[in-house]
Ligand binder design. Sequence first.
Ligand SMILES: [Zn+2]
Length: 139
Amino acid sequence: MKIDVSPSDMYSLLSDSHRVAFWFKRCPECSALSFPPGLPSCAACGLSLDAVPNQAHEAPCILREFVTLHVPLVPGIATPVVLGDIEIAPGVVRQGVLAVDSEAQLTLGQQVEPVFSPGDGVTSARCVFRPMQGYSTNA
Ligand SMILES: [Zn+2]
């Protein structure tokens, strides 16, 4: 099944017009969060989520894995680039681009926050993740 999701269906800009809050649906049966919110049913138990309203969830997100990609395998993403598995909400892990110069700036379990990147003609506009300032690591 193909699910059409545009970025505006997945996140919205916060009042600073830079940071991002993701949209989720919380299952009324099992309390699991589903992302993206356009999914027709709960990812955990299968209950229909048609009547469930979206809810926002803001940072922090937790960096679970990361790797530097040197080969341009993904259209719109210039290499080298650091990609990560990021827990964007409890139990919801998605892959994303990390806005860092190198892996040396990262630690597993580190808190990161999603921000909007407008793109620069080489890379596409998208949500990227940057290390949160003023927070220590959280394994
Ligand atoms: Zn459920």
